[in-house]
Design a protein around this ligand. Sequence first.
Ligand code: SAH
Length: 397
Amino acid sequence: MTTTNMGLDDSGMTIEPVDKASVEKVNLLGMSEDKLAAFFEGQGEKRFRVKQVMQWVHQRGVIDFDAMSDLSKALRAKLAELAEIKLPELVSEQVSEDGTRKWLVRVTAGSCIEMVFIPEGNRGTLCVSSQIGCALDCSFCATGKQGFNRDLSAAEIIGQLWIAAKSLDSLDPTKDRVISNVVLMGMGEPLLNFDNVVDAMNLMMHDCAYGLSKRRVTLSTAGVVPALDKLGDVTDVSLAISLHAPNDELRNQLVPLNRKYPIAELLRSAQGYLAKLPDKRRKITVEYTLMREINDRPEHARELAALLVDTPCKINLIPFNPFDQSDYQRVSNNALYRFRDILIEAGYTVTLRTTRGDDIDAACGQLAGQVNDRTKRSQRYRQQQDQGLEAVRIIPA
Ligand code: SAH
């Protein structure tokens, strides 16, 4: 049976009947608790429905309202008519020899994003994307070469975690979580998609959704200072900043955004974020991708050590992962360890990010997806971006 709406428009003319089935349904997937509450209240429903629906969707992986057995039949029917739980479409899944997994999901016709799961001992980290492509164009990053299409919605961001958790059987909070950490280090600059990223992160941490601790959700930014200045007012997730250079001259070349927000401003803003957190022991992570003979010399390490004295931080060194359209080279092991030792001697905690998922192009900075580019940039970098996807297992619809 098709329900139709009839009515008059402002001019008093009869308007065409509207087929309700064709009216866009509200997607509840990415809604924060408050937004869901507003939706349910708008329907004259009690607030406790919010938590029930959140648990069905995010903890049991149920997206069909009809299967939500503790909701009344009438409410289920109403939800089915007005709303939906709409996920991005899973296109393919690849598994690396080292257990790293990469999923390609379609978010818009012509555009796909990638997310990666990295198991390490008893923890498992999911790396999710915040935008289709990236507008920042850092010189050493594969995502930037593909240009930019648009921000992801909160549903498309949390949908990545839903898909990965479902695929890894990691939704049930009463069981040990396979996905213990989420990092916003996939495609895109999260702080340029502020509201959607905050909604999605709050769901990651919500007790009725994924229940991850604030220390296990990490936002990584290239340094959008005005947004970072506001971040501590709305969330308390872990923060990583992509520094990559110890001075503005070099950082201007690697991270063009630095011309707008130079290092001193970025560090001041990151310190301000920490100052807003109640726990005064928390630190930020400084990410530093090492490229051979670009930013890997001992004097760079010493300059970095001096630069960070007033910033409570640990330093994560990332050997550059080469990709086709890039002229940079990976740091040598000698230079990597020399760099690390100088920082350790200066009193810093330093971690090395080992390269994982090399065989499926899942390493840091290699996430390329498929971006229907709205900028002219990808034309310049054209070549191809899908190399390595031959081994992809296409999931049947
Ligand atoms: N836009 C955000 C998040 C995405 S990048 C940011 O800039 O932080 C996640 C991390 O991977 C960043 O530190 C980024 O600089 C690093 N990265 C990008 N390309 C890389 C590459 N080819 N090799 C190693 N690390 C890379």
